[in-house]
Write a protein that binds this ligand. Sequence first.
Ligand SMILES: C[S@@+](CC[C@H](N)C(=O)[O-])C[C@H]1O[C@@H](n2cnc3c(N)ncnc32)[C@H](O)[C@@H]1O
Length: 246
Amino acid sequence: MKDIDYLKKYLKEENLEEAIKRLEKGEPVQYIVGEVDFFGNIIKVNKNVLIPRFETEELVYKTIEYIKKYFKKSIKIVDLGTGSGCIAITLKKKLPNSIVHAVDIYKEALEVAKYNARINNVNINFYLGDMLEPLTDKYDCIISNPPYIAHDEEVMDIVKNNEPHVALYANDNGLENYKKILKNANKYLNDKYLIAFEIGATQANEVFKLAKRYFPNDSIIIEKDMQNRDRFIFITNIKSFLSNKL
Ligand SMILES: C[S@@+](CC[C@H](N)C(=O)[O-])C[C@H]1O[C@@H](n2cnc3c(N)ncnc32)[C@H](O)[C@@H]1O
């Protein structure tokens, strides 16, 4: 849908003029409207959170399918770098018997996630902190769409000028957060587990190597998004996983 049509669909006539001015100044239509549809759920967004992407809907879809296939009914999940809360909220809605925790390092983002959990009527435990660091539990599933853009990578102006840099960029060629999570994940995982990551389209080899370093005996599966780009990596010790790919 064209941006103008999007505004017309979501805003009242009297707010359109102001909204169009903001659009012309280069603001993303989702911030102007103030919400997006993520997997059929209304997720409020503002400049403190990343605008949820279609690829992330795919990550959530795939993860739900895997959880339904390989785990018992009630599992414990943590979403690292929750931002708007779109991943955690959708998981809790689709897997209502699960316990869902979510972490973000940015207080203002966590406020948005908490608000979104409230309006979506789901109960999620939120933690402020650096990836796994604030947690004390063990989980069956760790899921994350962390910041993964390298500082010298070309980024579209509309993204760079509007979305929070804490949600976009990561040190170490964009790999910092994968390394941080994988290095420490072992002590936060139950006996049988699944780690699900969204990755940058050029990062599959590097993230695969990291996964191999910290989880040498596991199945590590890279999957493509709908644009046919490497976009997801799943790491698991479930033995039947590889032969049962989606
Ligand atoms: C790419 S955004 C993803 C947001 C949301 N999960 C999504 O998929 O739309 C990454 C999020 O990670 C948070 N973040 C960045 N560094 C972090 C860290 N060290 N620990 C926890 N969260 C972090 C950012 O504030 C941001 O909300």
